[in-house]
Design a protein around this ligand. Structure first.
Ligand code: BTN
Length: 241
């Protein structure tokens, strides 16, 4: 991979979007800290030293409606990388990676598309590798953990990055060459969302019910109390049990 390293950026996703049209697939934008790290749904992402804040530029030739699949693939790659080092990671839909219920990684997928076809995808991945939890704001710290905190000592970020990029590449190749059902199966195995009672907020509504599956488009299937089925392609999920 072409890795572009910065000591500080506003947001690696913003820089990746600027260079994406001329960058080759697999280019990585990496920053030690971000002044304006962005989370999903317009939230702020606190990006203190010690973390891994990166954006990966992908150029898959897929229809826009398949974008949430790429997001699921990224979650699988992060969870597998953590599990390979003995950290018991699970994925919370759509793509938060949690350890014992606390967030260790967030993923922000951004896209540029024309006439419904994806031009490029910026996969923004933030992992609390050696982040010192006291450096985080109270409300964020309460629900966060880091790799160092889970295994009891800081780890080498360069070799972690190498394992992560390798795993991302393997998953991406599989995504392009295999049936999506295979990926859905693995996602469900790694996830702790299926079977739970959830409250999902989307830009237009709030859906409460039980998460029962993932469709082949990558949508979360929620059964509400009237047994009505909802397929949710994007939203914010909270567990209510
Ligand atoms: C979330 O869980 O809300 C997603 C957080 C994504 C954070 C990463 S850090 C690298 C990249 N650059 C950003 O500005 N955001 C993503």
């Amino acid at each position: 991979n072409d890795v572009r390293y910065y000591s500080e950026l506003e947001s690696t996703n913003s820089t990746a979007r600027e260079i994406a049209p001329s960058a080759s697939e697999g280019t990585v934008v990496l920053a030690e800290t971000q002044k304006n790290g962005r989370g999903r749904m317009g939230t702020e992402w606190q990006s203190v030293p010690g973390g891994l804040w990166l954006s990966l530029i992908l150029k898959p030739s897929i229809p826009l409606e398949n974008l949430s699949k790429v997001t699921l693939v990224a979650g699988i790659a992060v969870a597998n990388t953590l599990r390979n080092m003995g950290v018991d990671a699970h994925i919370k839909w759509p793509n938060d990676v949690l350890v014992k219920g606390k967030k260790i990684c967030g993923i922000l997928t951004e896209v540029s598309a024309e006439i419904g076809k994806v031009d490029y995808v910026v996969l923004g991945i933030g992992i609390n590798v050696n982040v010192k939890l006291p450096d985080l704001k109270d409300d964020i710290r309460r629900d966060s953990t880091s790799i160092a905190n889970e295994i009891g000592k800081p780890i080498d970020r360069t070799s972690f990055l190498a394992s992560l990029l390798y795993e991302l590449e393997q998953q991406y190749i599989r995504f392009k060459t295999r049936q999506f059902a295979e990926i859905v199966d693995e996602w469900i195995n790694l996830s702790d969302t299926i079977g739970r009672n959830v409250k999902v907020t989307t830009p237009i509504k709030l859906i409460e019910g039980k998460a029962v599956g993932i469709t082949e488009k990558g949508a979360l299937v929620v059964l509400d109390k009237n047994n009505k089925k909802h397929e949710i392609i994007a939203g914010n999920c909270r567990y209510s049990d």
